[in-house]
Design a protein around this ligand. Structure first.
Ligand code: FE
Length: 142
């Protein structure tokens, strides 16, 4: 699902396998490495991506899938814990063939080309999540 190199006590470089699903691969990596808190950034190319938009007025999610070849021009995220499992919060901007961009909160993305990530582990730290009724979001529990 991925190859990786540990470049420091708290830093990893990852190359996700072609055709892998980005979120599932990153969750598997966090489980393997026991990463309970951290951050991730990267880039890549995908053939499909599903984004989520939370409407603050209704607190309802609107999901949309784009089935086309796109460049991940930016992937930014954080890693925490919820219900004893890795909880990834990832936002992506993706560039289309016409050089316009779409983006949002990432639910899933299928790699078609490459996906190169840098992961930082916050050593000795666990960060959980709690549901916030005002926003309808699972916020950091700090
Ligand atoms: Fe989000």
């Amino acid at each position: 699902m991925y190859k990786y190199k540990q470049i420091a006590a708290d830093r990893f470089v990852l190359s996700l396998d072609n055709h892998a699903e980005v979120v599932a691969a990153l969750e598997a990596f966090c489980l393997e490495q026991g990463i309970l808190a951290g951050s991730v950034d990267g880039l890549g190319a995908v053939s499909e991506a599903t984004f989520r938009f939370l409407d603050p007025a209704t607190k309802k999610y609107v999901d949309k899938t784009f089935q086309e070849q796109m460049e991940i021009t930016n992937l930014t995220g954080n890693i925490s814990q919820k219900d004893g499992k890795p909880y990834l919060h990832i936002h992506v901007t993706a560039g289309r063939r016409d050089y316009s961009c779409v983006g949002g909160h990432l639910l899933s993305a299928r790699i078609n080309g490459a996906c190169e990530l840098s992961v930082e582990r916050f050593d000795g730290v666990t960060i959980g999540r709690r549901f916030d009724t005002e926003t309808g979001l699972n916020l950091y529990d700090l």
